[in-house]
Design a protein around this ligand. Structure first.
Ligand code: ADP
Ligand code: SF4
Ligand code: MG
Length: 347
């Protein structure tokens, strides 16, 4: 099981005991015509200052919905049904819409998956980025434009003064995502939430954007939540990792532990399905890349007990009846599995 990947956490650990954000028992349900979809069903995670938390899991595991809920942006028919989102000591779920509008983009900023749709096509790059500083910080247009030029330079855009007047359709995908990153940094946020920030980009551009994000995060000592389905991305970027499956958290640990000593069978399966650099997947000596057998459950009617039991190679009869409770098995390492010491609750 140990992986040959070098993780971001192989670097000296940053301050790991200073939570900026704590998400506790978050629940988000979609009220559909067919019934209630329990998309996020009791999720806990925390983000320390100056670290990158990677949230990873297959498509549909609740990564995006839990991130949107954190910012109070879940779209109808979804509703946040419970929990707390403590950011710098304030519970964001208790904030008024006005308080949230003042916080979004200023203290917590988002980088979206698709830069083509996240930028407004009818405004120039300069106009839409300046507006953020003018609105949040009451900056003058001139001050705001100076900041835009500074940030466009910082994210690697050449001739930033001229780019100010360009419109999104005049930029390549990679350029647009650099603009999206500059936009997120306009107000020096303490937390940046990046949801699949490279998934929509060409493979060659993906690496450059990840490198840029890692560089900016370290330079400004920002906290970052990086949401991705890609274990390779969290391996490069994350200090700590939370693994999600079917609306719940399976395992959380520092990235080194997740890659060298994963405990949850789902984490192990995700790692087994990663391509390895020492393995050929083409030609006559090729090996087939393993995949996780089966499919994630339908959250309209999730299975009782552990939600992974249908696909788990270690499942026992009680896994079908008892839902494992998240348990700390070592400092900073928690897991939800009946085979790893979790108690179970009837569910
Ligand atoms: N519009 C919707 N209507 C009903 N259920 C939805 C809707 N959008 C998302 N969901 C549910 O929320 C779950 C989590 O979605 P999401 O957070 O987008 O997953 P991820 O980001 O991990 O791929 C999905 O598996 C689905 O069950
Ligand atoms: S609780 Fe049971 S089914 Fe769930 S991951 Fe652990 S062993 Fe597998
Ligand atoms: Mg998503």
């Amino acid at each position: 099981m140990p992986s040959t990947l070098v993780c971001a956490s192989d670097a000296p650990a940053m301050n790991t005991a200073d939570p900026l954000l704590e998400v506790r028992d978050l629940k988000v349900h979609f009220f559909t015509r067919d019934g209630v979809v329990r998309a996020v069903d009791g999720v806990d995670y925390s983000v320390n200052r100056a670290e990158t938390l990677g949230i990873v899991g297959e498509s549909g595991s609740g990564k995006t919905v839990s991130s949107l809920a954190m910012l109070r942006l879940v779209p109808p028919p979804a509703r946040t049904m419970g929990g707390q989102v403590l950011f710098e000591g304030e519970d964001l779920l208790a904030h008024t819409p006005k308080q949230m509008a003042a916080l979004r983009g200023r203290r917590i900023a988002m980088i979206f998956q698709n830069p083509a749709t996240s930028l407004n096509p009818i405004y120039s790059v300069g106009a839409q980025l300046s507006e953020i500083l003018m609105w949040h910080e009451k900056a003058s247009r001139r001050q705001a434009e100076e900041r835009v030029v500074e940030l466009l330079g910082l994210v690697g855009i050449s001739d930033p003064g001229a780019r100010l007047r360009q419109f999104p359709h005049e930029l390549s995908g990679g350029m647009k995502q650099r603009v999206g990153i500059a936009r997120a940094l306009m107000c020096n946020p303490s937390l940046v939430l990046a949801d699949e920030p490279t998934t929509a980009l060409d493979v060659t551009i993906q690496a450059q954007i990840l490198e840029l994000l890692a560089d900016l995060q370290a330079r400004f000592r920002m906290s970052m939540v990086l949401v991705t389905h890609d274990m390779g991305v969290v391996a490069r970027m994350a200090t700590r990792i939370t693994v999600m499956y079917a609306g719940r958290v399976c395992e959380t640990a520092d990235a080194g532990t997740i890659f060298s000593a994963p405990q949850h069978p789902y984490t192990r399966a995700l790692l087994d399905s990663m391509p390895r650099i020492d393995q050929s997947y083409s030609g006559s000596a090729r090996k087939t890349l393993p995949t996780i057998a089966g499919r994630p459950p339908n959250l309209l009617n999730p299975p009782p007990g552990c939600r992974f039991h249908d696909r788990c190679p270690e499942a026992m009869p009680e896994c079908r009846k008892m839902m494992p409770v998240e348990t700390t098995i070592a400092p900073g390492h928690s897991v939800s599995c009946l085979r790893r010491g979790s108690t179970g609750v009837a569910a």
